[in-house]
Every structure is written in C-alpha cells, then in structure tokens.
Design a protein around this ligand. Structure first.
Ligand code: ITT
Length: 208
C-alpha cells in the first residue's frame, strides 16, 4: 500500500488550514508527495452525511474522483454528551459562515448554563477516509476524551482547541504545542491506524 502512495501524490481532501497543517505533519514520516485539495482547485462538497464516517467518505471520494489520485479526508468534531453529543458532525457549522469559533464557544457555554452546568466532559472524534483509485474507501477512527473550560485559553491549534483540556493535562489543546497535540489527539489516534494499514496491509475500521 505504501508503494502505491509513493507512486502518486496523495490529496489531502480538506479545506481547513488548521487540519491540513496537522495532517501534513502526521504524514511527514512517510516521505510521500502530498498536495491539498485547495492546491488542486478541488471544490468543497456539501457534507450531507449523517455520521462522521459518511462525511469523511464523501469528502475523500469527491477529491479522488476530481483528481484521479488517492485522497485522504478527515471528518472530525467535538461531542458533548451533556448536550446530546452536540455539536458533533455540526462542529464546523456552529462557528457560522464567518468560521468564528467564539460564536460556537458562547453557544456551548449558554447551552450548558441552561442545564445549570459550568463545564462538562467532552471528546474529539476524527474519522479519516482514504479513497483509492480502485474505488475502495478505507476508514480509520480516533477519539480523545477531556473536559471543557471557559473562558477559552491559548492561541495554538484551531477550532475548539481553546476550550478543550485533554484528560491528564491542565492545559487546553490551544496551549499544548503542535508536536505534543499530534502525539495524543483524536487525529493522531486515527493516523496511527492509517499508518499501520498502509504499512502492513492490516484491515481498516470499515471498508467497501
Ligand atoms: P474540511 O471538511 O474541509 O476538512 P471542516 O472544517 O469543514 O474542513 P469538518 O467538517 O470535519 O471540517 O469539521 C470539523 C470541525 O471540528 C472543524 O471545523 C473544527 O472546528 C473542529 N475540530 C476538528 N478537529 C479539531 C481539533 O483537532 N481541534 C479543534 N477543533 C477541531
């Protein structure tokens, strides 16, 4: 599998710069040629799926079809069990068209206050989807648990990082340096499965 990825560039099927930076760093050890969907002028598909897996597959397939190259997408988000799993697959949308995450932080805080909660446990989920030119898709999932904190702290990372403290830490993801986040995150865990799969040919979480 790795030899296939060494033959052709791998498209990172994401238009989120924060994600693309993390994915580039996570792929660096493979020494493969990587291009982003934006570099290839691939449009952003509508995320019409009902699950992280469906949205991830839809995004990787869209880029693979548009370019004829293998494509790797990442559908991810923050889930808060006290809010019924929200924002979940709607994590990007809670920041609004302007992608202003202070709007999303306020909405979460307000919805927790309505339930008389000052904070709550939460977890990040990441589903990676690898779409290959042979038409097969392979999915890899990762999760990290933690606790929400308000007000937001730190300016590293992206998205919900300033309000999320991973279990076992005192700092938010936005206060933890990129290398450390990439060692422990939901994305790192999904990547560990992806790297094992492409290196050894072992099975993915699901495929078809
Ligand atoms: P692409 O679909 O183009 O990849 P997107 O931002 O729309 O970009 P998603 O639909 O997967 O991506 O939305 C996931 C959102 O969840 C993302 O915008 C972030 O706000 C949040 N998120 C995911 N991983 C995160 C992380 O490691 N740290 C902070 N927030 C994260």
């Amino acid at each position: 599998m790795l030899s296939l990825l060494k033959e052709k560039p791998l498209v990172i099927a994401s238009h989120n710069q924060g994600k693309v930076a993390e994915i580039r760093a996570l792929l660096a050890p493979l020494a493969i040629n990587v291009v982003s969907a934006a570099d290839k002028h691939v449009s952003e598909p509508d995320e019409t799926g009902a699950t992280f897996a469906e949205n991830a597959r839809l995004k990787s397939r869209h880029s693979a079809l548009a370019t004829g190259l293998p494509a790797l997408s990442d559908d991810s988000g923050l889930a808060i069990p006290a809010l019924g799993g929200a924002p979940g697959i709607y994590s990007a949308r809670w920041a609004g068209a302007g992608k202003d995450f202070s709007v999303a932080f306020l909405r979460i805080q307000n919805e927790l206050v309505e339930k008389q909660l000052a904070t709550a446990p939460a977890y990040f989920v990441c589903t990676l989807s690898l779409s290959l030119p042979d038409g097969k898709d392979h999915l890899f999932e990762g999760r990290i648990d933690g606790m929400l904190t308000f007000p937001p702290r730190g300016d590293l990372g992206f998205g919900y990082d300033p309000i999320f403290i991973p279990d076992g830490y005192n700092d938010t993801f936005a206060e933890i340096d990129a290398a450390e986040k990439n060692r422990i995150s939901h994305r790192a865990k999904a990547f560990a499965k992806f790297l094992k799969f492409i290196g050894s040919g072992e099975d993915s979480d699901h495929h078809r």
